[in-house]
Design a protein around this ligand. Structure first.
Ligand SMILES: C[S@@+](CC[C@H](N)C(=O)[O-])C[C@H]1O[C@@H](n2cnc3c(N)ncnc32)[C@H](O)[C@@H]1O
Length: 290
């Protein structure tokens, strides 16, 4: 597709690969435009803090503060957590305004998937409960893999966590019939018909990492497997829906969306990521540098 100078998204426009800090770009997108948002944010890298006033805030009372976990106000909860963990303060300061934008950008039937590792998932869960409301929490998916060395002094950590939140618990889209099925562990214990059909995946997904020598490999260091993204996109969007990834890296979400007939916007602040996405998705998207 021809490169274009305009980064303005429209519902009938092309798929976009956007080279920008997501904090600058997301406010240009309209409310409710995306059925699915997947993000795989970096952990513990240089972070630009955002002023909270630059983002929209969902409020539950007249004082601009949301009442969240066990009725504790959002600012009280945040203050308490900040007081004992500087790293959390930094993490929250970076991620929270961007996840608020995710809430704003989701359609009423939309779903957010946040891909995290075991060190950060608990903080992010509390944060997302306060932004979306606990009733909007749908799942914690454990993506289990087997790769690399094994620690001898604790249980080797071989999984990532993906938190799933829906915009509206009464209206979200989820189509189990579209999800790839898995072989039964003991196929002899079910009928041959059931064994042939396979079973629906649970919230624990065994999937190999991107093979360092396989065809899928782009060379981008934090690339996630297409199979994981295909499953997410199949279940939580329909053909033609818009998918957003604003920590896009090598563009795995865009690649899976394109394969499945969805439209996509992939945003990354890193020139190398945009280069990789240009190679991977350039035929299917306009690469823009606002
Ligand atoms: C863990 S990687 C994502 C990998 C991706 N899921 C894939 O499959 O390739 C996180 C990405 O977030 C990008 N990033 C970090 N801060 C950003 C920001 N403020 N705005 C946009 N992208 C950012 C990094 O450049 C990096 O490519």
């Amino acid at each position: 597709m021809e490169p274009t100078r305009s980064a303005a998204w429209t519902p009938t426009g092309p798929n976009l690969v956007v080279h920008a800090d997501n904090a600058d770009y997301l406010p240009s997108l309209p409310d409710g435009a995306f059925t699915l948002i997947y993000v795989d944010p970096p952990f513990n890298t240089g972070r630009r803090q955002l002023r909270q006033s630059t983002t929209s805030v969902r409020v539950a009372d007249g004082e601009g503060d949301r009442v969240g976990f066990k009725g504790v106000s959002y600012s009280t909860l945040r203050g308490a957590l900040r007081s004992y963990d500087d790293a959390f303060d930094d993490y929250w300061g970076f991620l929270e305004p961007r996840l608020r934008e995710a809430w704003r950008l989701l359609a009423d039937d939309g779903t957010l998937y946040v891909h995290l590792d075991y060190r950060e998932v608990h903080y992010a869960k509390v944060m997302l409960d306060t932004i979306f409301g606990r009733e909007s929490f749908l799942n914690e998916i454990v993506w289990a893999y087997d790769f690399g060395g094994r620690s001898k002094n604790r249980w080797p950590a071989k999984h990532d966590n993906i938190l799933v939140y829906v915009k509206n618990p009464a209206a979200y889209h989820f189509d189990a019939a579209e999800v790839d099925r898995e072989p039964y562990m003991a196929p002899g214990l079910v009928t041959p018909e059931k064994a042939a059909l396979g079973k629906l995946p649970t919230d624990v997904w065994w999937h190999t990492i991107v093979s360092p020598t396989g065809r899928e490999k782009t060379g981008y260091p934090t690339q996630k497997p297409l199979g994981v993204l295909r499953r997410i996109i199949s279940a939580s969007s329909r053909p033609g829906d818009w998918v957003l990834d604003f920590f896009a890296g090598s563009g795995t979400a865009g690649a899976a969306a394109s394969q499945l007939g969805r439209r996509f916007v992939c945003v990354d602040a890193n020139e190398e990521a945009v280069h990789v996405m240009g190679e991977r998705l350039g035929e299917h998207a306009a690469v823009v540098r606002p």
